[in-house]
Design a protein around this ligand. Sequence first.
Ligand code: ADP
Ligand code: ZN
Length: 211
Amino acid sequence: MYHGAQDGWIEVVSGVMFSGKSEELLRRVRRALIAKKSVQVFKSHLDDRYGGVFQVSSHDGHEIDALPVSSSVQIAEQIRPESQVVAIDEAQFLDDGIVSVVNALADRGVRVIVAGTDMDFRGEPFGPMSKLLAIAERIDKLHAICVVCGDLASRNQRLIDGKPAPAEGPTIQVGGSESYEARCRRCHEVPLVDRQQTELTIASSGPSEAS
Ligand code: ADP
Ligand code: ZN
């Protein structure tokens, strides 16, 4: 299975916030260290509220830090030639350049593990995640628990002052007063300030003629 992969490839761990993506990334990194692989961990640090920078230690006392980065170029510049495993957390905040960086790494035999939330608070693809999911050899989509109904959660609910945030807000809001919850499709709420306009767009696009 993929934990024993000798050749380069790309694994994506995606899903809603609180679904355990960082825990899973850390678990894979720890096992790679047990296998005595040369490992590098990067973490996009655009918004620290999505989780703190972590430190991974293996049983033999070897420790590695997640290097904070804000662009795909910063990752490319810091890759060591001897690295066999490269892990990247919070990849949704990175630019599209990350797609060619991870492809180039996998092409030269590196096992690349990417974690990131696949949808923004509106339920739309987040940053480069849809492209990363498309080019990966293996993808895992994790779920959290919907805090409203207890079902499996797949959506990121943005709240401002405890109320669902409108769709018009920025995708990445740094330093704002909002908070996030994991919710299922049914409990996910994205109020539209300009609802009339959107309903018109949906009506005019209609079902496709080919179907
Ligand atoms: P992610 O990287 O996907 O945001 P983390 O690995 O940081 O997730 O955190 C996962 C942990 O969050 C779980 O093990 C659990 O303890 C906790 N948690 C908090 N809220 C929820 C929730 N609504 N559903 C599931 N786990 C939750
Ligand atoms: Zn629900």
